[in-house]
Design a binder for this molecule. Structure first.
Ligand code: ADP
Length: 431
């Protein structure tokens, strides 16, 4: 606890000084001169301490105060105490600011603090990555001088920040960014920039998906509807007419059914949780069943279909999903191989891997299509695929199933020569 300077003590000391000097001076009858001399001494003593304070505060810049006497000692101590308090507060403030900055750095969004004149006060690292700001070089620069997109400039000048602004980044075309201005403090703004590329892509995929499904269903529905409208209500079609329309309507209905089944299969796979890798899948059994199915599809013996199955080779995963992947690849080979073609299905061990492959000598696929085959609704030849009852979802399902089983579909194909679709899984004893 500091004591305040006592006025009374000071007055007492000054009075004593002048009294003493007057007494001493009166010995030589020079009391006034002696008092003047004392006043001069007192003034010099105070000036000396003023110089000490000045040197301490402006030149030495040390924390420890200079030596002082009486009242000056108290003043030095007071300044020293206030300085220490200020330093401690400063340290605390610095720690708080650092914590806030660390927090802003940890945010998954780009943050830029702007003044009322749109100049940059501070930005985090993500702002440097997403909108290409440089820190600290860009401090004090106007944001609209650095983000030069015309739409951004208009948005900034309109100052209607209720709606966010969505832009494609000027330095990276594939990046879609959302800009949002949030007012704070005294006419200051917080600019928050979010990378919404993935969100936009997902939105686009969803839109495309709905458009594709509608498109796929529209054609068969129009055909069936057209025939039904041709028929008079309450009147059965004549034999010739019935012969003509029945197979077409049946065909179109089967097409819609196949599409709905594939859609359900896809959504079931997408909705199910992670694959339980404890379940052993008896793949040889499953493939024998699919072999019978393939042979019955090939009733007219148009193709030669061979299965080479390692009877001991099993894997762990989801039986339903793997069945769907095997089945899609086998039926595709049958669908896209002209009559008389050869199809070889193999399930063999290669080192510690279980490898499944379907080879055909069918029409083959041009390289430009190969990498897009697993996209939903992608077909090389729309008309040909539809004619064979294809939904365009088969390979998308295979890709999805395989990614859930930590595998990948490999496609090798040569137009006119044939195709090979294969993938590998960890053989059971390795899991
Ligand atoms: P779809 O239901 O149309 O068969 P898929 O996703 O199963 O759909 O296959 C996508 C496209 O890949 C098919 O439309 C076809 O053009 C091509 N394709 C798939 N398998 C083969 C194959 N074995 N030989 C030639 N083309 C194939």
């Amino acid at each position: 606890m500091r004591l305040l300077l006592s006025k009374r003590a000071i007055l007492f000391r000054v009075a004593c000084l002048f009294l003493l000097s007057a007494l001493i001076g009166s010995i030589w009858s020079l009391a006034t001169e002696a008092m003047l001399l004392a006043a001069l001494g007192l003034l010099s003593w105070h000036y000396l301490h003023l110089f000490k304070v000045d040197r301490w505060l402006w030149r030495d810049r040390k924390l420890t105060p200079p030596e002082g006497r009486w009242s000056w000692q108290q003043i030095f101590d007071g300044i020293y105490y206030q300085q220490r308090k200020a330093r401690y507060k400063q340290k605390q403030m610095r720690a708080i600011v650092r914590q806030f900055r660390d927090g802003a750095e940890a945010l998954p969004e780009a943050i830029v603090l702007l003044s009322d004149e749109w100049t940059i006060l501070w930005c985090n690292r993500l702002a440097q990555l997403l909108i290409g700001l440089r820190w600290p070089q860009d401090e004090g620069q106007r944001i609209d001088n650095l983000v030069r997109h015309p739409e951004f400039q208009n948005y900034l000048h309109r100052q209607q920040f209720k709606e966010a602004l969505v832009l494609t980044a000027h330095h990276a075309q594939e990046l879609v960014l959302e800009f949002r201005f949030v007012p704070y403090g005294d006419h200051q703004y917080l600019l928050i920039v979010r990378d919404i590329t993935q969100l936009k892509q997902l939105e686009q995929i969803r839109k495309d998906f709905v458009a594709n499904v509608s498109h796929e269903l529209r054609t068969p529905l129009t055909v069936v509807q057209g025939y039904l409208e041709m028929l008079e209500p309450g009147q059965l079609p004549d034999e010739a007419m019935w012969q003509k329309i029945h197979p077409v309507m049946l065909d179109q209905t089967l097409r819609m059914q196949a599409l709905v089944q594939q859609l359900l299969a896809l959504s079931r796979i997408e909705a199910s949780g992670p694959v339980q890798h404890e379940q052993v899948v008896q793949v040889p059994e499953l493939l024998h069943y699919l072999e019978q199915e393939a042979q019955s599809l090939n009733r007219d013996k148009q193709h030669s279909i061979e299965f080479h199955i390692d009877e001991q080779l099993v894997v762990k995963g989801s039986a339903d999903e793997l069945r769907s992947a095997f089945s899609n690849l086998i039926t595709n080979a049958i669908k896209y191989t002209p009559p008389g073609g050869e199809i070889k299905v193999s399930w063999q061990r290669q080192h510690n891997k279980a490898v499944f492959s379907v080879n055909d000598n069918g029409e083959g696929i041009a390289p430009k299509h190969v990498k897009r085959l697993t996209e939903r609704f992608y077909r090389v030849d729309q008309a040909r695929s539809r004619a064979t009852g294809g939904s365009g979802l088969g390979l998308a399902i295979v890709k999805h199933v395989l990614s859930r089983h930590n595998s990948r579909l490999l496609i090798f194909s040569e137009p006119g020569a044939g195709s090979s679709f294969s993938f590998s899984l960890a053989a059971e004893d390795d899991i």
